[in-house]
Design a binder for this molecule. Structure first.
Ligand code: G3I
Length: 309
């Protein structure tokens, strides 16, 4: 797939598991990824709970190894995330909110600073919205109010001016209460001068999904805000009685919509083999747990082949 994507100046990516280099099948895993993708997002290696387990103590080994691997295989590196409400280390969960701003800025400086010039895009703020569109009452919100979002993006811009800065969320790719709230949030942040370059639509879908016209309209309204579009965490849970071909049709239509949207810069799967998916019970990805291609893989390969920008 990556050769087809490269020929079309398009990015097709995957999320790389934590400790990928220690996997029993690491050679097969890494060789398969290198032949299929030109973009990599660490699934867990950048998360605060992993990368700063104690204040001022950083665990960069896995993120460093993935950065080396991405560079060796000419893959664009997508950092995920800098600031999130989840996967926080105990010391942050116990933090006095009055310390939140200092901790947030220290974290961004340390992590985005370390990978300056190596990580091309950052999910600067991840999932700031509740499912009903209200702002989550995270430690960051408790410490700084809504202003934490602008502060995080400004800090990331200051430490790595060349990185593409993304706001990332889930269940926001079609028109609904949450994507309306995200639209209003990003519109007001942009009006306030917050340096947001793109929006990440996670697209953790299920095989019964079919609201494609709404996806097209929704992506266009964010493009009209002047934002680039990234499909950041694509996978399609297979629900009975749907078939692998039903699942493949969701892969196909979703990639077609991204390719047809000029501002859509990348289609990134949240993993590539069902073996290591966060929801492997629903076999949501491109290859089986034994790395055999599924109809969803053929759908993406064919869609890329048939598309000329
Ligand atoms: O690293 C520890 C390990 O030391 C420990 O032995 C093991 C057992 O408890 O847990 C390991 O951490 C796990 C981590 O994945 C790395 O494997 C966490 O428990 C587990 O909760 C974590 O799950 C990840 C989840 O985010 C929460 O961070 C999933 O793999 C990952 O696919 C999922 O991805 C998220 C995106 O970041 C944001 N969007 C939604 C998406 C799906 O939830």
């Amino acid at each position: 797939m990556r050769d087809l994507a490269d020929q079309r100046d398009f990015k097709i990516g995957f999320a790389a598991v934590l400790n990928a280099f220690e996997l029993a099948d690491n050679q097969l895993y890494l060789d398969t990824a290198a032949s299929e993708f030109n973009m990599l997002t660490p699934e867990n290696s950048h998360k605060m709970g992993w990368i700063q387990p104690r204040r001022g103590e950083f665990r960069f080994d896995d993120a460093d190894a993935l950065a080396d691997y991405a560079e060796a295989n000419n893959m664009l590196l997508h950092g995920h995330p800098l600031i999130w409400y989840a996967q926080l280390p105990d010391w942050v969960q116990r933090l006095d909110p009055s310390d939140a701003e200092t901790v947030m800025l220290e974290h961004i400086d340390a992590v985005a600073g370390r990978y300056k010039g190596r990580i091309a895009l950052w999910d600067v703020v991840n999932e700031a919205l509740e499912d009903d569109g209200r702002l989550r009452q995270s430690i960051w919100f408790k410490g700084m109010g809504e202003g934490y979002i602008g502060k995080a993006f400004e800090a990331a811009r200051a430490v790595d001016p060349d990185a593409v800065l993304i706001y990332n969320d889930y269940d926001v790719v079609w028109e609904n209460q949450k994507s309306d709230a995200m639209y209003a949030l990003l519109q007001s942040e942009l009006a306030a001068g917050t340096p947001i370059d793109g929006v990440g639509f996670q697209m953790h879908l299920r095989s019964g999904f079919d609201d494609y016209p709404s996806v097209e309209r929704n992506l266009q309204r964010f493009a009209d805000l002047g934002l680039d579009i990234y499909i950041t965490e694509f996978d399609v849970a297979l629900d009975a009685p749907d078939t692998l071909d039903t699942q493949a049709a969701v892969f196909q239509r979703s990639l077609e919509i991204c390719l047809a949207q000029p501002r859509c810069k990348a289609m990134q799967a949240w993993g590539f083999t069902d073996r290591y998916s966060w929801r492997s019970a629903f076999t949501p990805l491109l290859l089986t747990d034994r790395y055999l291609s599924k109809p969803s893989y053929t759908a993406w390969q064919t869609t890329l082949k048939n598309f000329m920008r």
